[in-house]
Structure formats: C-alpha cells, structure tokens
Ligand binder design. Structure first.
Ligand SMILES: [Zn+2]
Length: 308
C-alpha cells in the first residue's frame, strides 16, 4: 500500500491547475498529468476497500471491487462515503451490448450522479426530441459546446442546420477570455436561472463503446437528426489503449467531464470551480493505481499495459 500512497501524494502535489491545455507544447509536463489539480473527495475509502480486496456482488455473484459494473451498485463502499454530484443537464449514455462492462467508465457516471445519468444498452434507446437533445460525437457537422446552445435555438426557431455550421469557429477565440459575471448572485442553487439559460437543451447523449462499434451506433437513424457536438481536442489518460484508436479518443467519463466543464463555462457562463471534478473520483484513483504499476517499469508503454 505504500506505493499507492506515493501515488496519491503525486496526484496531490501536482500544480494546481484545473485546465488541460489543448496545445501541450508550452506545458508538456502538465499534459502528461491531466488528472492533476482536480478537486476530489478523499480516496481513503477506496484505498481501504482495495486493501480488503474483491467482494462477491450479492446480485449477480461477480467478483468486484468498489462497485459492480454489471449491476451498477456499490460494493464494500458506502453511498455516503463517495461523492454525489448534481449535474446541470441530464446525461444519457448509450452502451454497445458487446462492450465489456468492466472496461466501461460509463458506470462511474451513473454511480456518482445517479439522479442525472441513465445508461441504455443499444439497440434499446429512447426516442429523442431533436430540438432538445444533443449527441456528443465528432463529425463534419459537429459544433463546439460554445456554439451548441445557439444552434439548438436556431432549430427551435425553425431554421435549419446550415447557419450554425457556418458560425461554428467564429467564437472559438474568445473562449479563454471568459469571466464569470455576477458571481455573487450566480449561485448554482438558482435552479430557475440555470434552466432558462440551458433552455431548450434537456439531454446530452454520449456513446460508450469501443472505437469500431461507436460508428455503428452513431449512424443509427434514431440519432441522425440530433445536433452533434464535439469536444475540443483533449488527450485521454485512459490506461487501456485500444488498437487504432487515436489518443484524443476519450474514455466516456472523461468526455462527460470535459463536456460539463465547457458547458459550465460557456453555456451557464459561470466560472468553473471544480463542480464536476468528482466525476473522475474512481477514474483518477484507478488511473493512479495503473500508472504506479506502469512506472515500476519506467518508460513502459503498451507491453506493460497488457500486464494490468
Ligand atoms: Zn452485480
């Protein structure tokens, strides 16, 4: 356990920055540790659970640690011991049935924000309202999170896709200069204010599957009419590298996190103060554990990943 403690120390001692620069050239060190500086609840409960080892899930009988990814329930960890996060918008995750549950990070979101996250197993997906729902998936017609709200409004106004695609890159430059207005009055408790600001957006859809299967789901005709939103390029720190998958292909929990962060700043127009960092509560812990075992072999990469 001492090596694990070192990892925790490493995470905590990193520079306090919550933003991952998209251009890593001026901050290569920071880009290597994208999980640094997160405002996370204490991992002590996970360390303790890890020492105890795996437990048998009472529902499905599977051998699990922390939570059962099949049943979506905690195991050996109390609900009050882990963070609970309220999200500003509902999240729907569509899972491919062939996706190995144990590899999926979608369940992290469901466990940490149970009232705002729903997981569907493809092909069982609901009917989405085209002018109130967006799909986070890259593509030629995808817009940035910044432009998303205006595009949705354009849709409800009856105008079509064209204008927002043209507008797409126009505001990108101003993104970094955003400052929160009225931070005293703009508390998250002002549910009404938030609702009107996010109108008409009601749900955000993410696809949770391997790189190859994702395309099949995204081309499902039930998702075709949805406005597609893409995240600014962020490098994944996912430890399970998938063959042929670009480094910018995020784990589902990372994608949800980065989306919400952008959403908070650009759509709610509030300064981001780590509100959703705890979505990475399990992810960062598992990442530090795997990183630890990797760093034992120093510069190891794919070869050592297979051992984990
Ligand atoms: Zn289970």
């Amino acid at each position: 356990m001492s090596s694990l403690d070192q990892d925790q120390h490493l995470l905590l001692s990193c520079r306090d920055k919550t933003t991952v620069p998209t251009d890593s050239s001026d901050a290569p060190e920071l880009a290597k540790h994208p999980l640094c500086g997160l405002k996370l609840a204490s991992h002590a409960v996970l360390e303790k659970a890890q020492q105890r080892g795996r437990l048998k899930c009472p529902k499905c009988g599977g051998s699990r640690m922390f939570f059962c990814y099949t049943c979506c329930s905690l195991l050996g960890v109390g609900l009050q011991e882990i963070p609970s996060i309220k999200l500003p918008v509902k999240i729907d995750i569509i899972k491919h049935p062939n996706e190995t549950d144990g590899k999926s990070t979608a369940v992290h979101a469901k466990i940490l924000a149970p009232s705002d996250v729903t997981i569907y197993t493809y092909p069982c997906i609901p009917e989405f309202e085209k002018d109130k729902v967006v799909l986070v998936f890259p593509g030629p017609g995808a817009v940035s999170v910044q432009d998303m709200m205006q595009c949705l409004l354009d849709r409800t106004d009856g105008s079509h896709d064209e204008p927002c695609i043209k507008r797409r890159k126009s505001e990108e430059v101003h993104g970094a200069t955003h400052t929160a207005k009225n931070s005293e009055t703009g508390t998250p408790d002002e549910a009404k204010g938030c609702e009107s600001r996010v109108y008409p957006l009601q749900r955000v859809v993410f696809i949770d599957s391997t790189w190859n299967q994702t395309n099949k789901i995204s081309s499902d005709e039930r998702l075709q009419g949805l406005l597609q939103v893409e995240l600014k390029t962020r490098k994944t720190c996912f430890w399970r590298h998938q063959k042929g998958k670009p480094e910018t292909y995020l784990a589902t929990i990372e994608a949800i996190y980065y989306f919400l962060k952008d959403f908070h700043e650009h759509c709610l127009a509030q300064e981001y103060k780590g509100e959703y960092d705890n979505l990475l509560f399990f992810y960062s812990f598992l990442h530090s554990v795997v990183n630890k075992s990797m760093s034992e072999g120093k510069h190891c990469k794919e070869n050592n990943l297979k051992k984990t």
